[in-house]
Design a protein. Sequence first.
Length: 76
Amino acid sequence: MTYSNYRKALKQLKVKPVKLKKFLKHNSPKKRSCGIALKPCGRCGRIRAHISSYGLHLCRQCFREIATSLGFKKYN
């Protein structure tokens, strides 16, 4: 189950609307006002390993893929 699409969890509940409503009430993600979940990657939507320096707002995997096109160099 992903962060953004929690509604795909149980297909069987579509025929049971009362249980579906209860499931969605108790299993939907909370509305956050602070914390790590407010800053997803701007490219892929990943929440963890977020780089916000220089206004990038990318996860480390996306940053590694496009760092050279942004002008960053790798130093050993």
